[in-house]
Design a protein. Structure first.
Length: 91
C-alpha cells in the first residue's frame, strides 16, 4: 500500500479527532475512557484470516487513531476550555 495514503489517512483521523474536540468540546470523562478502551480493543482484536487485507488494516487504523486521540486529548481540551472561560478580561 502506498505510504502516502497510509500517512494521509492517519493524519486525517488525527485532524478529525482534534477538530471534533475543538468544535464541540470534550464529552463527559467516561466517554473518553470508553473511547480509549474501544481503541485498545480494536488494536488487540485478532483478525480472521479472510479480513487480512490492506483496506481493512487502513480502516481499522483510521478508527483506532481517531478513538485514541479523541479519548486521550479530551482532558487537555477540557482544561483549556475551563481556563478560557474563567479568565477575566479587563478593558
Amino acid at each position: 500500500m502506498n505510504p502516502l495514503l497510509v500517512f494521509s489517512s492517519y493524519a486525517l483521523a488525527g485532524i478529525l479527532a482534534i477538530g471534533v474536540l475543538h468544535r464541540f468540546g470534550p464529552a463527559a470523562w467516561y466517554w473518553h475512557v470508553l473511547s480509549i478502551a474501544a481503541a485498545l480493543a480494536i488494536g488487540f482484536f485478532p483478525l480472521q484470516p479472510e479480513w487480512i487485507r490492506p483496506s481493512v488494516d487502513l480502516s481499522l487504523g483510521f478508527i483506532f487513531t481517531f478513538l485514541i486521540l479523541w479519548g486521550v486529548c479530551g482532558p487537555f481540551v477540557r482544561a483549556q476550555h475551563w481556563a478560557d472561560r474563567h479568565q477575566h478580561h479587563h478593558a
